[in-house]
Each structure stands twice: as C-alpha cells, then as structure tokens.
Design a protein around this ligand. Structure first.
Ligand SMILES: [Zn+2]
Length: 355
C-alpha cells in the first residue's frame, strides 16, 4: 500500500471544507470551541486539514532545571537551530506527514518563536502547548507555580490562549501537564485542577505525561491516570478531552482498558525502530479490544537540546512511517485502520472542543 493513497483519500474534499471553516474562524479566532478546528502556531486551522499527524514529538528542549534556566537564559541563534532542525521536518513531510504536535512543556524549553519559524519555513502545521510540568522531581516546575492557586494558574494559561504566549501572539493548542505517577500529590492535584479549569474555558485538550523518566512498578502510573479521570468527571469534563501520554509505561493493561472504557485517549508514544514487535503487539491489542478509535501513536523523538553542541543527537521522526507502519500492514492493518490511528484520531483529539 499505498500510504499516500490512504492519506489522499482521507483528505478528499478538504479544500472546500477549509474555506468554510476558515471563514467561520475569522470572526472568533481561537475562542470558538466548536470542534471543527485545531490551533497551530500560525493560528486556527480546520481539523480536517491535519492529515497524517505525529502527536507526540519534540523539536527543541532545554533540559536544565528551571532555576538554572532563569539564572542563565539561553542566547540562541534561531537561524542556526532552524537550519539544523528543518531537514528533519522536511524528511517526514516527504513521507506524507502534515501536522506535528510539539509536546515540549512549559519549563522544559517550550519555544513558540522557533516553532513558528519552522512552520513558516517548512509548511508543516505545528502545535505548541500551555501548562506546567511537575514530573522528574519537579526540577522543571516554574518559579511562580507554588504561589499560585489552580484558578490563578488557569487564568495565566488562558491569557496565553486568548492573547498568545509571552507577547508573540502565538497560541497554544494543547494543555500539557506532567506528573510523576502514583497518587496525586498536593501540587499535582492543583496542576490537574488548573488544567481542567483551562479546558473548560478554552476547549483545548489536556495531555498528561505520567511517570518519571525511569521504569516504575505496574499500577503506579495507572493510579495517577484513574485519579485524574475522577477529577475530570467531578468537574463535569469528559474523559474524551484527556490524553494519557506515555501510557505504554504502564505495564498493567487493565489500567489502559479502564481509561479507554471511560472514553480517554491512550497515547503509545515512545516508539523506536528496535521496539517494532512490541508496538505492533500493543496496537493490535487495542484493535482487538475495539478501541482503535481512541488510540494515538507517536515516538517522542527529536530533541534538539539547547545546551549541547549543535543540539546534540537528534532522533529522526521518520521511523514511525518507514518502519512501524509497514510492520502494521504486514500484521493485517488496513489502510482505513491506519488512517484512523494517524489521521482521524489526531483530528478528533486535538480539536478545540467542549463536550
Ligand atoms: Zn515527550
């Protein structure tokens, strides 16, 4: 197959839909939670234009603790970073990728101006985030976090949604939060509540990284997921507006089933070529359970790292398309099932929508 043919097929009629949706958006850009658009760094775009989408990747990061980032702000040459990163975007564009969710969180080097420059240079639709990240011993926790209530945090994030990030005019398209797994701490509870409040006023989807950057016992990350879903439901928010990022790190599949049964999104997003058989198994299990329409698959690759010479080692975004998709086809996945995972599901998950 013919990946190109299924992508083309899924985009049939997009042009006319684009015109209508774009016209509607002009009247209320970024504030219309109707579900027909997503928010790219270049503004609102029709969901139907997303096409083949990588839903969890990183173009750029600053992995120094937040305090260090404040003390020694980066002096970046944006053009140099663009020159290094752009070929990696062009590579996947040639393979049919149209939209790219840059999941880099606030405090971990989120860089909207760089993403905008890359979107303009490549033509790729790129999404950035708002929120905060408390995983990994809270080393990336913003300095203002402790003094602010959930409501005040939500107001800050909604400020980015309405007015753009740090005076750039660039709006986020996702609320990205990060927690460590296990029962929610007081800080994590505040974080999730702030995300819920932000969602209710914006329609942006909430994506939560769960777990430390190391293996944990089965049930640890799942416990956090269940507690978060309860907080959502108590606040009247549908689990369908919440993505469990790095769900593959939870070895107890019962937790995946419980999240799916409630309507949440499961994101298996750490794919590397050597894990092809494992990912084929994971994805096949979701298909067998009948939840293919709630699955996101990506690879958490890239990572131009600000403090390393020339950005350090950059992981290509191509293997998901060049290795995993052929393996899924070999396993019997149809063009329509692949379009479900990589085109229709992202369009549904990242739409700006209140339900
Ligand atoms: Zn990531």
């Amino acid at each position: 197959m013919k990946r190109r043919s299924f992508i083309k097929g899924s985009l049939a009629g997009v042009a006319s839909v684009c015109l209508t949706a774009c016209e509607q958006l002009k009247s209320s850009p970024g504030t219309n939670p109707s579900g027909d658009h997503f928010m790219s760094v270049l503004g609102a775009r029709p969901s139907l234009s997303m096409g083949f989408t990588l839903t969890h990747e990183h173009l750029f990061a600053d992995l120094r603790p937040y305090s260090e980032q404040l003390k020694n702000p980066l002096s970046l040459n944006l053009n140099e970073v663009v020159a290094t990163v752009l070929p990696h975007l062009t590579e996947i564009q040639k393979l049919g990728c149209k939209t790219f969710i840059d999941c880099t969180a606030v405090g971990v080097g989120r860089n909207p101006p760089l993403l905008k420059a890359l979107a303009q240079a490549s033509g790729m639709q790129i999404v950035t985030t708002t929120g905060a990240y408390l995983s990994n011993d809270a080393q990336f926790k913003p300095d203002y976090f402790d003094a602010m209530s959930a409501d005040a945090l939500a107001q800050k994030w909604l400020g980015e949604w309405h007015d753009g990030i740090d005076g750039t005019g660039i709006k986020p398209g996702m609320i990205k939060i990060g927690v460590s797994g296990g029962s929610l701490t007081k800080d994590e509870n505040k974080l999730v509540k702030a995300a819920v409040l932000t969602h209710k006023k914006s329609g942006m989807v909430i994506g939560c990284h769960i777990g430390p950057w190391r293996e944990v016992k089965p049930g640890v990350n799942g416990t956090s997921a269940m507690e978060q879903l309860k907080l959502l439901k108590d606040a009247g928010v549908s689990p369908a507006r919440w993505i469990w990022i790095h769900a593959q790190s939870e070895a107890d599949f019962q937790f995946h089933q419980q999240a799916l049964a409630q309507g949440a999104w499961i994101s298996y997003d750490g794919y590397r070529p050597e894990q092809t058989p494992h990912y084929v198994e994971l994805i096949t299990r979701i298909k067998t359970e009948g939840y293919l329409q709630k699955l996101l698959v990506s690879q958490d690759a890239g990572w131009y790292t600000a403090t390393e010479p020339n950005g350090g080692k950059f992981n290509s975004f191509a293997p998901l398309i060049t290795n995993l998709i052929p393996a899924l086809k070999d396993r019997g996945f149809t063009a329509d099932e692949l379009a479900q995972i990589f085109t229709r599901n992202p369009a549904e998950a990242f739409q700006i929508k209140l339900i």
